[in-house]
Design a protein around this ligand. Structure first.
Ligand code: ADP
Ligand code: MG
Length: 970
C-alpha cells in the first residue's frame, strides 16, 4: 500500500464506567468512581485522570459513545483510513458488553452491531458512485495461538480432561500465521475471510464467531476472560472520480476509478487483571502468563510509544513480543486511527484494577499514529498520472494554446497511451486480486508443523503451587474451625430446644392422662358417698336387729308352746318354726348385705388413696413443667446473648482489620515515598559525587533492603485487602438479610422460614434491627474507604514496579565490582531467609502435631462432658421423682406405679457403677485433668485445669467447674 499523505493523530481514549452489577451489590460494594460532570475526568480516591471522553456514571450517556468515538472511524473507512477500536479492562468490566462481541440475535447493543448498521446504510447511499467489497474475519488469540472463530471445524477442540487446548488436529488445515508483506503490511495467513454483501450476512458471521467463543468458554475455565477477540471488517471500494476536463475528448472510463482498501479492527481484549499470587491454580497461572504475554507486550508497546522522550530517542518498540502486538502493530503508532475504550467497574472492590486500567489507558493517550489513505498501487499510479496530466495541461495553456497543436497532439497521444497502459494494469490487478486468496491459501497449505511456544516453567510453578496450598491450608483451618464452631453451636442450640420441646410435650401428655384418670377416680362426691354407705350400713344393722328381736321373741314363744303341748299348740309351733326359718334367712341376707357394704367402703378408701397419689403426681409434673419452661427460656436467652456477642465480634473483627489495613497501607505509603528520595540519593551516588567505595556499597545494600521491604509490605497490604473484602462480604450478606426481613416486616408478613439467616434475624426487635442496619452500613462505608486506600497504594506500587522493570532495576550499578558486592550481599540475605524459613517450617510442623493432640484431647473431653451431663440429668430426674414419692407417703406403691406408668429412666440404683476414671493426657508439661468420682462412681465434677502448650504457653482451654448434683435421698 502506498501513502496518501500521512497525518498525525493521537490515540483517543474513552472511559466507559458501567453501573454496579448484581454480584457487586450483593457483596455490599460501594461506587468509588466519580466522574466530574461536564468534564471527561474520572476521580477515584485521591487520584484524578483526564481522558478524551468519559461515558457512564455521571459522565456522558453511553449511547453518545458511538456517535462521538466510533462513527468518525467508520467515515474514515470510506476515505481509506484504517481504524481500530480496543476495549481494555479487567474481566467483568464490560468489554464484551461495550464491543458487542457477545452478539446474539435480537441483542444488538454494542459497538460492532452499530458499526455494521452504519456501514451498510452508508454503502446503500454510495452504491451508485462506488463499488464495494466487504470481507470479515473473526479470530481469537488464546495462549499465543490464533484461532479462527469463523471456521468451526478448525477450532481447537479443547481437551477437557486437563484443560489444555489441543493443537490443531484437523488435517490439511495449518494454524493461522501472522505474516508481514514486503511493504510492511501485517496479514493473517490461513484465516477465513468471509465475503459479505449484506447486513444479515455480516451479523451471521459475528454471531457464529461469538458462539464459537462462548462454546469454548464453557469447556474451559471462562476462556473469554483470557483471550483476545478481533473482529475485522475489510472495506474495498472502487470509486468513480469526477472526470478531469480534457476538452472534448473524453478519456477512458477506467481512468477515473480509484481503489481504496481499509480495515477496521474491533478488539475485545483479554481481562487485564493481574494474576494474583493467591487463589490461582497452576493451570490458571500458566494461562495467566500467556494472557500477560499479549497484554504485557501491549503495555510495553504503549509505554514505548507513549513516552515522548523514548520516542525521540527512537527506542525499540517491542511489537514482536506477542501475537497481539504484532497484529495491532498498525493500530498503535502506525497507520490507523485508533480509539481505546477503557472499561471500568465502579465497585470499591475493583478499585486497584480500575486504577491500573486508568493509568494504562492514560499512557495510551500519548501515542501518535500516522494514518494514511490506503490506495492500491495501481490507483496511486493513476493519481500520479492524473497529476502529471493536469500539470501538462496547465503548461499547455501557458504556452499559448493553439500555436503548437503538434505538441498537444503528442501529449494527447501520450495520455491515451498512458490510459491504455493504466487500463491494462487495472485489469491485471483485478486478475491478481482474485487469484491472491487462492495463492495464499496454497502457500499456507504448503507449510507444515506448528510452532510450540509453550515453555515449561515447571519448577517455578510447582514451587508456587506448594506455597499456595500451604497458605490455603492455613486459611482453611482457621476459617473452617470458626465456621464449624458456629454451625455446631447453632445445631446444638436447635437440638437442645427440640429435645426440651419434646420433653415438655411429653409432660403435657402425661399431665392430661393423669387428670383424666383423676376425673374417673374422684368423679363423685366422696363424703356424700361415705355418708350414704354409712347410713346404708346403719339401716341394715337396724333391720338386722329388729329381725333378730323378732326371732328371739319367736324362739321364746316356741319354747312356751313346747311346755304345754297339745294339738293346737303343735300347729302354732309349726307356724312359728316356719316364721323363724324365714327370719333366719332374712338375717343371713342382711349380714351379707352389710358385708358387701363394708367391702364397698374399703374400696372407696383405696380409690381415695389413688386419687391422692394422682393429685401428687399431677403436682409434681406441673412443677417439672414449670422448671422445664424456665430452662427453655434460659437457654434461649443464653443463645441470644451468644449470638449477639458473635455479631459484635464480627464488627470488632472488621474494626481490627480496618485498623491493621490502615497501618499497613500507611507503612507502604511511607516506604514508597522514602524510596523516591532514596532513589534520588542513589542516583547522586552513582553520578560520581561520592567516590568512596565503602559508602557506595552500603547505600546499595540499603537500597536493596528497602526494595525487599517494599515487596513484603505490598504483600501484606494485599493480604489485608483480601481479608477486608471477605469480612465485608459477610457484613453485606447480613445487611441484605436484615433489609429483607425489614421489608417483610413493613408489609406485615413474616419472613420465609428456613431460609438462611432469617430465623435468627426475625427474632430481633425492630429497634435492634434498625440499629444493626445502620451500624452495618456505617461499617461498610468505612470498609469501602479502607479498600480504596489500599487499592491506591497497591496500584502505586505496581506502577513503580513496572517502571523499574522497564528501566531496569539494575541500571544504577555501573561497575562489575558494585554488582559483585551487591550479589554477595544478596546471597547472604537469601541464605539467611532460607534458613529462617526452614526453622519456621519445623516450628509449624511441631505446632501442627501439638494441635492434633490437643484437638483429640478436646474431643475426648467433650464426649466425657456429654456423658456426665446426661448422667446428671438422669439423676436429677430420679431424685426429684423419689422425693415426690416419699412426700406422697406411699413410696413403694408409688414407685411401682411410676415404673409401669412411664417405663422411663431407670432408678439411680440401676445405673451400673462406673470405673474409677483418672487419666493423664500425653502432654509434656503435665497438664492433668481428673474427674472426681462420687460414691457410686459417677463423676460429678471436672477439676478446673488450664492446659498449656509447652512451647507457646498458650492457654488452650479452661474447663468450668460443675456443681455436684443434689444430695441423694436414697
Ligand atoms: P468483560 O467482557 O469485560 O468481562 P462483560 O461485558 O461480560 O465484561 O460484562 C460483565 C457484566 O456486566 C455483564 O453481565 C454485562 O451485562 C454487565 N455490563 C457491562 N457493562 C454494562 C453497562 N454499561 N451497563 C449495564 N450492564 C453492563
Ligand atoms: Mg468479555
Amino acid at each position: 500500500m502506498e501513502t496518501g499523505g500521512g497525518e498525525d493523530c493521537c490515540v483517543k481514549v474513552a472511559v466507559h464506567v458501567r453501573p454496579l452489577i448484581g454480584d457487586e451489590r450483593a457483596q455490599g460494594c460501594k461506587d468509588c468512581v466519580a466522574v466530574v460532570p461536564g468534564k471527561p475526568q474520572v476521580q477515584i480516591g485521591t487520584h484524578s485522570f483526564t481522558f478524551d471522553h468519559v461515558y457512564g456514571s455521571t459522565g456522558s450517556p453511553s449511547s453518545a459513545m458511538f456517535d462521538e468515538c466510533i462513527a468518525p472511524l467508520v467515515d474514515g473507512l470510506f476515505q481509506g483510513y484504517n481504524a481500530t477500536v480496543l476495549a481494555y479492562g479487567q474481566t467483568g468490566s464490560g468489554k464484551t458488553y461495550t464491543m458487542g462481541t457477545g452478539f446474539k440475535d435480537g441483542y444488538q447493543t454494542g459497538i460492532i452491531p452499530l458499526v455494521m448498521n452504519v456501514l451498510f446504510s452508508k454503502i446503500e447511499t454510495l452504491k451508485d458512485q462506488t463499488e464495494f467489497q466487504l470481507h470479515v474475519s473473526f479470530i481469537e488469540i488464546l495462549k499465543e495461538e490464533v484461532r479462527d472463530l469463523l471456521d468451526p471445524p478448525c477450532l481447537n477442540k479443547p481437551d477437557t480432561a486437563n484443560g489444555h487446548t489441543g493443537k490443531v488436529t484437523v488435517p490439511g488445515k495449518p494454524p493461522i500465521q501472522i505474516r508481514e508483506t514486503s511493504n510492511g503490511v501485517i496479514t493473517l495467513a490461513g484465516s477465513t475471510e468471509v465475503s459479505v454483501s449484506s447486513l444479515k450476512e455480516m451479523a451471521a458471521c459475528l454471531e457464529q464467531g461469538s458462539l464459537s467463543r462462548a462454546t469454548g468458554s464453557t469447556n474451559m475455565n471462562n476462556q473469554s476472560s483470557r483471550s483476545h477477540a478481533i473482529f475485522t471488517i475489510t472495506l474495498e471500494q472502487m470509486r468513480k472520480l469526477s472526470p478531469v476536463s480534457l476538452g472534448d475528448s473524453s478519456p477512458n472510463e477506467s481512468m477515473n476509478e480509484e481503489y481504496l482498501c481499509a480495515k477496521l479492527h474491533l478488539v475485545d481484549l483479554a481481562g487485564s487483571e493481574r494474576a494474583k499470587r493467591t487463589g490461582s491454580d497452576g493451570l490458571r497461572f500458566k494461562e495467566g502468563v500467556h494472557i500477560n504475554r499479549g497484554l504485557l507486550a501491549l503495555g510495553n508497546v504503549i509505554s514505548a510509544l507513549g513516552d515522548d522522550k523514548k520516542r525521540k530517542e527512537g527506542v525499540h518498540v517491542p511489537y514482536r513480543d506477542s501475537k497481539l502486538t504484532r497484529l495491532l502493530q498498525d493500530s498503535l503508532g502506525g497507520n490507523s486511527r485508533t480509539v481505546m475504550i477503557a472499561c471500568i467497574s465502579p465497585a470499591d472492590i475493583n478499585a486497584e484494577e480500575t486504577l491500573n486500567t486508568l493509568k494504562y489507558a492514560n499512557r495510551a493517550r500519548n501515542i501518535q499514529n500516522k494514518p494514511i489513505v490506503n490506495r492500491d498501487p495501481m490507483s496511486t499510479e493513476m493519481l500520479k498520472m492524473r497529476q502529471q496530466l493536469e500539470f501538462l495541461q496547465a503548461e499547455l495553456c501557458a504556452r499559448g494554446g493553439g500555436s503548437s497543436s503538434d505538441e498537444v497532439q503528442v501529449l494527447k497521444e501520450r495520455i491515451a497511451w498512458l490510459e491504455a497502459a493504466n487500463e491494462d494494469l487495472c485489469r491485471e490487478l483485478h486478475e491478481y486480486r482474485s487469484r491472491c486468496t487462492d495463492v495464499e491459501q496454497r502457500e499456507t497449505d504448503a507449510q507444515d508443523g506448528s510452532p510450540c511456544p509453550l515453555k515449561s516453567d515447571g519448577l517455578k510453578r510447582s514451587l508456587n503451587s506448594i506455597e499456595q496450598t500451604d497458605y490455603q491450608m492455613g486459611e482453611n483451618i482457621t476459617g473452617d474451625s470458626r465456621e464449624i464452631d458456629e454451625v455446631a453451636k447453632e445445631w446444638e442450640h436447635t437440638l437442645l430446644q427440640n429435645s426440651m420441646d419434646k420433653e415438655l410435650n411429653e409432660l403435657n401428655r402425661r399431665l392430661e392422662e393423669k387428670e383424666s384418670e383423676m376425673k374417673l377416680v374422684g368423679g363423685s362426691d366422696t363424703a356424700a358417698l361415705k355418708q350414704h354407705f354409712g347410713k346404708k350400713i346403719a339401716e341394715l344393722e337396724d333391720e338386722k336387729r329388729t329381725v333378730q328381736k323378732e326371732r328371739d321373741h319367736l324362739l321364746t314363744e316356741i319354747e312356751n308352746l313346747a311346755s304345754n303341748s297339745d294339738g293346737q299348740t303343735q300347729k302354732l309351733q309349726d307356724v312359728h318354726a316356719h316364721k323363724l326359718k324365714s327370719l333366719e334367712a332374712q338375717i343371713l341376707d342382711l349380714k351379707k348385705k352389710q358385708e358387701s357394704q363394708v367391702q364397698l367402703l374399703k374400696q372407696k378408701q383405696k380409690s381415695d388413696e389413688a386419687a391422692k397419689r394422682l393429685q401428687d403426681e399431677i403436682q409434681f409434673i406441673k412443677a417439672q413443667k414449670v422448671q422445664l419452661q424456665h430452662r427453655i427460656k434460659q437457654e434461649a436467652e443464653q443463645f441470644r446473648q451468644w449470638k449477639a456477642s458473635r455479631e459484635k465480634e464480627l464488627l470488632q473483627v472488621l474494626q481490627r482489620k480496618t485498623e491493621e489495613a490502615a497501618m499497613a497501607t500507611k507503612r507502604l505509603k511511607e516506604l514508597l515515598e522514602s524510596r523516591k528520595s532514596s532513589a534520588r540519593e542513589n542516583s547522586a551516588v552513582t553520578n560520581g559525587n561520592l567516590t568512596n567505595g565503602q559508602s557506595n556499597e552500603k547505600s546499595f545494600q540499603r537500597w536493596l533492603d528497602h526494595e525487599l521491604e517494599v515487596m513484603v509490605n505490598v504483600h501484606e497490604v494485599r493480604f489485608e485487602y483480601e481479608k477486608q473484602s471477605q469480612v465485608r462480604a459477610a457484613l453485606a450478606e447480613e445487611l441484605a438479610v436484615l433489609k429483607q426481613v425489614d421489608e417483610f416486616a413493613s408489609k406485615g408478613l413474616s419472613p420465609p422460614r428456613g431460609k438462611n439467616g432469617f430465623a435468627r434475624v426475625s427474632s430481633m426487635s425492630p429497634n435492634a434491627r434498625m440499629a444493626r442496619i445502620s451500624s452495618l452500613e456505617n461499617m461498610l462505608s468505612i470498609s469501602s474507604n479502607s479498600l480504596v486506600a489500599m487499592a491506591s497504594q497497591l496500584s502505586e506500587a505496581e506502577e513503580r514496579d513496572r517502571l523499574f522493570t522497564n528501566r531496569g532495576r539494575w541500571n544504577q550499578l555501573r561497575s562489575m565490582a558494585d554488582a559483585k558486592n551487591l550479589l554477595q550481599y544478596m546471597f547472604n540475605s537469601l541464605a539467611d531467609a532460607r534458613c529462617q524459613l526452614w526453622e519456621k517450617d519445623i516450628e509449624i510442623k511441631e505446632m501442627k502435631e501439638q494441635l492434633k493432640e490437643l484437638v483429640g484431647l478436646l474431643r475426648q473431653s467433650e464426649v466425657r462432658r456429654k456423658e456426665v451431663e446426661e448422667e446428671l440429668k438422669l439423676r436429677e430426674q430420679a431424685v426429684a421423682i423419689t422425693l415426690a414419692r416419699s412426700a406422697s407417703g406411699n413410696l413403694h406403691n408409688s414407685l411401682e406405679h411410676f415404673a409401669d406408668d412411664t417405663s422411663g429412666p431407670p432408678s439411680p440404683m440401676s445405673v451400673p457403677a462406673q470405673k474409677q476414671l483418672k487419666y493423664t493426657p500425653g502432654i509434656a508439661n503435665g497438664s492433668i485433668r481428673e474427674f472426681c468420682v462420687s460414691s457410686e462412681g459417677t463423676p460429678w465434677a471436672v477439676v478446673n485445669e488450664k492446659i498449656s502448650s509447652p512451647r507457646t504457653g498458650w492457654k488452650i482451654m479452661e474447663m468450668e467447674e460443675k456443681s455436684p448434683p443434689m444430695a441423694f435421698a436414697i
